[in-house]
Design a protein around this ligand. Structure first.
Ligand code: HAM
Length: 420
């Protein structure tokens, strides 16, 4: 019979990696909590309209990458391609702005984009997403960026490059868009069909085009930073000065526009040289008009998302990440097996990891299993040791062995494991 495999671009997270995921999640929760962020969990599916209205109808995500289908009652639903829209929907729906002026939220979970799979790019991937509502001052931009860099660093990443830009606001961006349209029209016939279409539909999206010929043209396009109004310019220069105060180094990349339409003012990306082509480990920015565009109050917002798989891929390989067993019980013979079964489960109940071999194989085979399970100690006994009320405890690393009285064995073993 044919094997059924996972869907292309959807991948299993195997136990060794799953462990890394929860270790990083643990760090994320601790860091975000210390900056005042609380966790929210939203559904992985939303009404399609939510993403069209927030991410933008003419973005790659909405045009080409969403998993959208008609539900049985013909309502269009979409597997979320990102978390910002869902978090905002929940923020509005639960009237969170009434509670407090500033709301800080984070969420961790799977996102879905039908992109071409390659190293670091999947169709189901996980994001660690952070959103801050109700504060427009540059301090909140710097706080968010500082927290992101701190989180990535203590998770174990190095050689990170932070790029920032300002994307302006409704007051100044239209003049930039006009200048870009004018510029692109001058080279229209040399652009790829997608970019030609983008000139009128969404000119800023040409900055994301991966076609080489387009890249060469766009290199000479006008720069957003030359078009900022005084409010945006002021904001951007304060963000830079605050980042300097926090010793957070950055480069300004005036070509960075981000792949989603909702950004205003500050935008940022974190790149690493450990990932190959898919080098963005995180991205985010300010979105001051989005909450109201989605039917909520006039509340500014800023946030970012970290690509969880990309973060994990950047971590150095570590032996200490291997799964460990505290104790393996090598029980030889029926009586020993029965006693070992009780002891194994008692230990587990006390919070220690314990394993045994129900197959009652040879001592050599059982010690091999203990090694495979990376166990710190192995307790060895057969019927003879039970009669003599003495069992053997082997330290699997040093290979030292000691006898331990059977009376009070559970307490004795726990003591030894704890002292290790
Ligand atoms: P984004 O830049 O589209 O932003 O995605 C953020 C991060 O998710 C990327 O930097 C990357 O690490 C990861 N990522 C994106 N697509 C894939 C993929 N196909 N496979 C693996 N990893 C991927 C957002 O999603 C915004 N919602 C971020 C944000 C939050 N802006 C404001 N608040």
């Amino acid at each position: 019979m044919d094997k059924i495999t996972a869907i292309r671009g959807f991948k299993d997270i195997l136990p060794e990696d799953a462990r890394r995921f929860w270790e990083v999640e643990f760090i994320a929760r601790r860091v975000f909590n210390s900056f005042g962020f609380r966790e929210i969990r939203t559904p992985i599916m939303e009404k399609t309209e939510l993403f069209k209205r927030s991410i933008g109808e003419t973005t790659d995500i909405v045009e080409k990458e969403m998993y959208t289908f008609a539900d049985r009652d013909s309502e269009f639903l979409t597997l979320r391609p990102e978390a910002t829209a869902s978090v905002i929907r929940a923020y509005i729906e639960h009237n969170m702005s009434a509670d407090q002026q500033i709301t800080k939220l984070f969420t961790i979970g799977p996102m879905f984009r039908r992109e071409r799979p390659q190293k670091g790019r999947f169709r189901q991937f996980n994001q660690i997403d952070v959103e801050l509502f109700g504060e427009d001052r540059p301090q909140s931009d710097a706080e968010i960026i500082f927290m992101l860099m701190h989180f990535l660093t203590i998770s174990g990443l190095n050689n990170l490059e932070l790029e920032i830009n300002s994307l302006g606001c409704p007051a100044c961006r239209p003049s930039f868009s006009q200048a870009v349209i004018k510029f692109l029209k001058g080279s229209e016939e040399k652009l790829c069909p997608d970019c030609r279409r983008r000139i009128n539909a969404n000119p800023l999206r040409v900055f994301d085009c991966k076609v080489e010929a387009c890249g060469a043209i766009i290199a000479n396009a006008p720069r957003i930073l030359d078009f900022l109004c005084s409010d945006c310019e002021n904001h951007f220069s304060q963000v830079q000065s605050l980042l300097n105060d926090l010793n957070t180094s950055f480069n300004i990349n005036s070509r960075m526009v981000r792949g989603l339409d909702y950004y205003t003012k500050t935008a940022f990306e974190v790149k690493t040289n450990a990932l190959g082509a898919q080098n963005a480990v995180a991205g985010g920015g300010r979105y001051n008009g989005l909450v109201s565009d989605l039917g909520g109050p006039e509340v500014p917002g800023i946030g970012f998302a970290v690509g969880f798989e990309r973060l994990i891929a950047c971590l150095p390989e570590e032996g200490s990440n291997k799964f460990k067993t505290d104790l393996f019980i090598a029980a030889l013979g029926a009586k020993a097996q029965k006693m070992a079964f009780g002891l194994t489960n008692e230990l587990r109940r006390e919070g220690f990891s314990a394993e045994m071999d129900y197959a009652d194989t040879s001592l050599k085979a059982q010690l091999k299993k203990a090694d495979k399970l990376n166990s710190s100690f192995t307790l060895i006994f057969g019927d003879k040791e039970i009669d003599e009320k003495q069992v053997l405890l082997r330290n699997m690393q040093t290979k030292d062995q000691q006898t331990v009285p059977l009376d009070g064995i559970l307490e004795a073993i726990i003591k030894i494991i704890k002292e290790r």
